[in-house]
Structure formats: C-alpha cells, structure tokens
Design a protein. Structure first.
Length: 241
C-alpha cells in the first residue's frame, strides 16, 4: 500500500455510526489511517452499525487502532490540526481548509498530518487543542454551522485530497463521435428537401435559410447519432406533408 500522509483521529466518539461513516469518508478520498482515542465502546470497530455505515470501507476499520490518549494517537504526526474553536486566552493559529491546507501540502519536507476531531457532544478540550499546531475553521452558514462528525471529516478529507493533487475525473460515458462535414451536409440537403416539400422553403427565393441552418448545425457540434435524428425528422416531415 502506498504511504498515507494522513491520520484521522477521533476522540471519545460516542456513536458507532459516526465511526463507520468516517471510515467511508476517508476511503472515498484515498485515506486509510484511523485512530480512536478512548471511544465510548471498546468494540466500536466491530459493531454492526459501524460496519453498516462504513459501506465497503471495512478494511479501514480492520486496520484502525484504539489508544488511551491523544498523545499516543499523535505518535509519528508532525503537524496536528484540531477541529475546534481556539481557546480565548491563547492557542494555535486558525486556518481554513482551502488556503491553509494548500500551503501545508507544499511544505518541505512533507508533514505527516493528523486531523483531530473531538467527541460529538463536547468537541475537543482546551488541553487537546493546545497539543495541535493549528485549528481548522470550516466556513459555514453563520446562522447554522452545525456539522455532523463524519460530515466534517468528509469536508476536510476532500479539501486535503485536493490540496495533495486530487484524483482525475473518470468519464462515465464514452467520448462522443462528432459528425463530419459530409454527414452535416447530407443532413442539410435532406432538410432542404423536406422544408421545400412542406412549403416552408421557397426554392425560388431561399434567401439565407440554408446557410444559417448550416451555421446552426456547426455551432451545435452535432454527434453522429444526432445527424440520424435530424434526418429522421426530415423524413417524417416529407411523409406527413
């Protein structure tokens, strides 16, 4: 397996579903290292709800670790990012996902990054925030900024993957077969005939109708199957005249 530059750390997680959803959020963005700090249930990684919410990311649950303290979870991490508000008296600087992670991804030498998430009800303690190099602020609606734990993981996993270079977009449909000039001209002749037969085009005074249709077809960048449709319409017009 390729080296994973990232660790996702969940502190005191209460709901098994959030652990499973976190694993899923990590896997779709290509991350694999999950560490839990004193979760509510010791068997949370194997609970039915956890596995169900992981939805195919059970391999991450199998490799996940459970430790007693955040200090243990940060072993090997050279840059820890807390997902909490900065304490009012002092604390690490606040960064945003897009700008902050873009700069972090360019750091030389590359960091082993740890994203730290607090429990669902209380978030992170000040003591745990102090152990982080920065805290992350996700820009949300100022009137309602409540994110579910796994939703927050997904946002940061996506932004971090983009900062690292992202994944190429996979085409869902085959490349279109564009119609060549000969096919377009054949369709135009077919339309000219049909438009004449239904009385829309006067051959004695055609004006600029066909050249304009020619330009319209060119702008449309017609595909071969669309040429067949247009010729089918022309054929139907002739039959119905």
């Amino acid at each position: 397996m390729a080296y994973d530059p990232t660790r996702f750390i969940l502190i005191g997680t209460s709901h098994p579903g959030n652990v499973g959803s976190t694993a899923r959020a990590m896997k779709v963005m290509g991350f694999s290292e999950l560490v839990l700090v004193k979760p509510r249930f010791d068997n949370v990684l194997s609970q039915e709800e956890t596995v169900a919410m992981a939805s195919g990311a059970a391999d991450i649950l199998v490799r996940a670790k459970i430790v007693d303290t955040l200090e243990d979870a940060l072993e090997g991490v050279t840059y820890a990012i807390g997902t909490a508000m900065t304490p009012r008296d002092f604390g690490p600087p606040t960064i945003t996902p897009r700008d902050g992670l873009a700069k972090l991804a360019q750091h030389t030498p590359a960091h082993k990054v740890g994203f730290v998430f607090g429990c669902e009800r209380y978030g992170m303690s000040n003591e745990d925030v102090y152990r982080c190099h920065a805290v992350m602020s996700i820009p949300t609606n100022p009137d309602y900024g409540s994110l579910n734990l796994s939703q927050a993981v997904q946002v940061l996993a996506y932004e971090w993957r983009q900062a690292l270079g992202g994944f190429p977009v996979q085409a869902r449909t085959p490349d279109a077969e564009l119609a060549d000039g000969q096919s377009v001209q054949g369709a135009l002749r077919h339309w000219e005939q049909a438009l004449t037969e239904i009385g829309f085009l006067d051959p004695a005074a055609p004006k600029k109708l066909m050249p304009r249709l020619n330009q319209l077809f060119n702008r449309a960048a017609l595909r071969q199957e669309e040429i067949h449709i247009l010729r089918g319409i022309a054929k139907a017009m002739s039959q119905k005249r």
